[in-house]
Ligand binder design. Structure first.
Ligand code: IPE
Ligand code: IPE
Ligand code: MG
Length: 248
C-alpha cells in the first residue's frame, strides 16, 4: 500500500502549517550558494501546494519569512524579496490551475513596495478561488501579532467600541492577522530543527507537531503524505482521557 493510499480522506487536517526550514543547509550540502536553496525551495512550495490542494486540504500556511529574518545579510534579504516577486508573477498560472486563493499574514507594511504590489495582484486575481487557501506568512512574528492585537483592543476600549468585560478568547482571536483562518491541526517543520521560531504561538495551542529530517528543498509529495498519515495515527485528546475520546 502506498503512503497516499494510507490517507483517510474523511479525516484530513483542515489546516496544515509549515515552517519551511533548511534551504541554506541543503544548498551547502550540494556545494551551492544559499540562494540556490531558496530557489529549489520554491519548487517544493509548488509541489506541496498542489499536493495539499489535490488531497482536499482547505488551508495551507507557509512560513516564508520571519520578522527575525530581516537580520540576515542584506544580499540574502534582497535576494529573497526578489525571489518572492518573481515567483508570484511566474506562478499565477499554478494558482489558477489548482483553484488556490492567496492570502497573507504578517507585518506586510514592512515589505518593499514591489513585493506588496505583487502580493496584492495575486490576491486580487485569486480572490474567488475556493479549492484551497494558501496563506503566506511574511515578515511574520507571533509575538508581534499578539502585541499588535492587544494594542488594537486597547484602542477599541478607549473608543468605547469594546468594554473590558467583553474580552475573551473568541474576541481576542478576531484581532489576530489569522482572524478568518481556523487554527492549524497539523504543523510540519523541516530540516530536523525542533522549535517554533515565533510562528503562530496562539494558534498552535492544540496543534499536532510533525518534525521532518528532510531539508525543505527535498520535502515533496511522499514526505507530505507521510506527515498526514502520521497525523491520522494520533489521538487528539484536548485534555480529556483516551476513554472519553473513544466514547467508552
Ligand atoms: C528557510 O531556510 C528559508 C527562510 C528562513 C527564508 P533557511 O534559509 O533558514 O535555511 P537554513 O536553516 O540556513 O539551512
Ligand atoms: C524560521 O526559520 C522562519 C522561516 C522558515 C521563514 P529560521 O531559519 O529563520 O529559524 P531559526 O532562526 O533557525 O529558528
Ligand atoms: Mg533556517
Amino acid at each position: 500500500m502506498s503512503l497516499k493510499e494510507k490517507i483517510d480522506i474523511e479525516r484530513l487536517p483542515n489546516h496544515v502549517a509549515i515552517i519551511m526550514d533548511g534551504n541554506g543547509r541543503w544548498a551547502k550540502s550540494k556545494g551551492k550558494e544559499r540562494f540556490c536553496g531558496h530557489q529549489e525551495g520554491v519548487e517544493s512550495v509548488r509541489v506541496i501546494a498542489e499536493t495539499a490542494a489535490e488531497l482536499g486540504i482547505q488551508y495551507l500556511t507557509l512560513y516564508a519569512f520571519s520578522k527575525e529574518n530581516w537580520n540576515r545579510p542584506t544580499e540574502e534579504v534582497n535576494a529573497l524579496m526578489n525571489l518572492l516577486v518573481m515567483t508570484l508573477e511566474s506562478e499565477l498560472e499554478t494558482f489558477k490551475k489548482n483553484g488556490i486563493k492567496l492570502d497573507v499574514i504578517g507585518d506586510i507594511d514592512n515589505l518593499p513596495q514591489e513585493s506588496r504590489t505583487a502580493l496584492s495582484n495575486v490576491m486580487a486575481a485569486t480572490e474567488s478561488f475556493n479549492r484551497m487557501t494558501m496563506v503566506l506568512a511574511l515578515s511574520y512574528s507571533a509575538r508581534w501579532e499578539i502585541v499588535n492585537a492587544i494594542r488594537n483592543i486597547a484602542i477599541d476600549v478607549e473608543n468605547q467600541q469594546l468594554n473590558s468585560e467583553m474580552i475573551n478568547e473568541k474576541i481576542f482571536t478576531k484581532y489576530l492577522t489569522t482572524c478568518n483562518i481556523p487554527d492549524p491541526e497539523l504543523l510540519i517543520r523541516t530540516s530536523g530543527e525542533y522549535r517554533i521560531s515565533n510562528f503562530l504561538l496562539w494558534q498552535l495551542a492544540y496543534t499536532e507537531l510533525f518534525f521532518s529530517q528532510k531539508y525543505w528543498p527535498e520535502f515533496r509529495r511522499e514526505e507530505f503524505y507521510e506527515a498526514v498519515v502520521d497525523f491520522q495515527g494520533r489521538e487528539r485528546r484536548f485534555g480529556k482521557t483516551s476513554e472519553q475520546i473513544k466514547g467508552k
